[in-house]
Every structure is written in structure tokens, then in C-alpha cells.
Design a protein around this ligand. Sequence first.
Ligand code: DAT
Ligand code: MG
Length: 151
Amino acid sequence: EGVEETYIMIKPDGVQRGLVGEIISRFEKKGFLLKGLKLFQCPKELAEEHYKDLKDKSFYPKLIGYITSGPVVCMAWEGVGVVASARKLIGATNPLQAEPGTIRGDLAVQTGRNVVHGSDSPENGHREIALWFKESELCQWVPAQAPWLME
Ligand code: DAT
Ligand code: MG
């Protein structure tokens, strides 16, 4: 398996509910590498570009309203197999179907308030990180724990 990158975003409900530390902590403790992190008020145009594949869905206008309703926390994470692994840590789209132990399974009850986003493929990981971050906002670094995380 190769090194991938994924775009993780704490949605406005996660920020308003004081879950920022809790959610970041799950990815941090797992052992992925944080490359970018910011609190950000998303403009409507960016939300529309991010969710462009869903533009024909009935819930799309509400989704755009929700994502732009307050600050989000944008994150870029790197690691071997990080895209699928992060999706597992996040859990099913509908929090009532998400397994206990997952972020949505533990912290949310409704699809329209599911607290976190994660890219669904390595290609979308690249696309979304490029969409939400400037190159200068991303750090290339080696954490002190690196040799204790992978042999
Ligand atoms: P995911 O966020 O698990 O990748 P998705 O990409 O299919 O799910 O949808 C993006 C977001 O759109 C999802 O997190 C919440 C919202 N959404 C999806 N399906 C929905 C539905 N049936 N009703 C309301 N909102 C929905
Ligand atoms: Mg998705």
C-alpha cells in the first residue's frame, strides 16, 4: 500500500458543539501525519465546488447552507492507506447506521449533522486538499514519533 493524502473537515456542527479536539485527536492518535490545519469560514462558491457531484440531489441546497453556516476545521492528513482508514474512523454517512467507536457513531445522530467529512478516494484526497489549502499552508515534516510508528 502506498502513501496517500486525505482531506478531513470538521463541519460547522462539530465546531459549534465543541468537538474539534475530540475529532482531531482520533486521527492524531491513530498515527497519521497532519500536513495542514485551519479554522475557516467557507464561501458558498467553495462549498459548491467541493460538493459538485451532489448538485442534482434534493438535499444539495441544505447541504451548502449547512457547510457555510459557520466555521469549519480543514485538515490534510497523510499516511499509508489513509483514505480508506479515515473513512472507517469516520463511519457511515448516516450516524444512526455508523458503528460505535466511529466518530459519527459516537458523536452524531443525523445525516444532515454528521460532524465530519473525509475524502472518498486518493484522487479526491488530492483534489480536495488542493481546493481547500494553498501550497504554503501545507507542511512537509517528520514527527519525532515516526520511527516508533512504522518499522
Ligand atoms: P459522505 O459524507 O459519507 O462521504 P456523501 O459524499 O454521499 O457522504 O454525501 C456528502 C454529504 O451530503 C453527507 O455527509 C451528508 C449529506 N447527505 C448525503 N446524503 C444525504 C441525504 N440522503 N440526506 C441529507 N443529506 C445527505
Ligand atoms: Mg463523500
